[in-house]
Design a protein. Sequence first.
Length: 317
Amino acid sequence: MPRSIRALTLVFVACLVLANLAIVGLLAKTSLDNRARLDALSRSNTDLTERILPLSGLIKDIQLDIVQVQQFLQDYAATRGEDGLVDGLEEAAKQAEKFTQDVAAASKIAAAIGRQDVVAELAATAKAFVPYREVGERMASLYSVGGTQAGNAMMPEFDERSEALQADVAKLLETRDALLADLSGGITTRIGEIATHSEWAGWSTTAAAFLVAIGSIGFGLFLIRRVIRPVTRLAEVMHGLAGGDRGTVVPYVERADEIGRMAQATDVFRAAIAENDALQQERRAEEERTRAARRQERQALAEDFHDRIASVVDLLG
């Protein structure tokens, strides 16, 4: 046991303060960490809504632009421009212009997010689109002017250009899917981290609070057993000494702490009272002996006076 209750109390208070500071620090750190994760999550959501989703939509539009160009060229080839159905080439040209605009817009977003691989894939797709369109338009014109046999002669070259273009588009779609998967996975991961750290902080705070509570209860029991009860007992002893109980034995004099010093002081007080009582008894006994001697002396004087009177009476008689 510590030799000083004051020192032990100071140690406990210091530990309690440190524990509370640790809890506050833990909560503050968790709050800051979660704030950083929420900021990252917000940035990811911003990227998703303002960049990745628009980029994904543009890539899908690019695929549809290519399909639309092919569809208009096929319509023109099938009708051979008869009965006034000659707008297929014009519509294909409009769709090709839209393709160019969509590629430019997608390239701008990809460059903004630092995805040069996507920029390169878009450039490759745009490059493959030029011969695809040229061959398609020539083939459609041959179908219209020279008939089926003339158009079919260019079909292998058109298929080759189409396959090359579709391969580039397939790469774009794979990259788009990877972008969405990475961003979605990052968002999911950050949400999981926030939930995990919040749960961990909650359990840690609960555990720390529980330990502080247990320590406080333990210290309270210690104070009751080692301080409050002894002080109460010493107060009873003092009251008994003041009331004349001289047979009381002062407890706790063997302790080396503040309670022991209080008990030793009380024991000194008890000894002083006992010594004072002994002196009072001795003084009363001395007074009683003095009174007895005086009575004897007065008695002797009275008897001597009586004897003298008797002698005088006898002489006169």
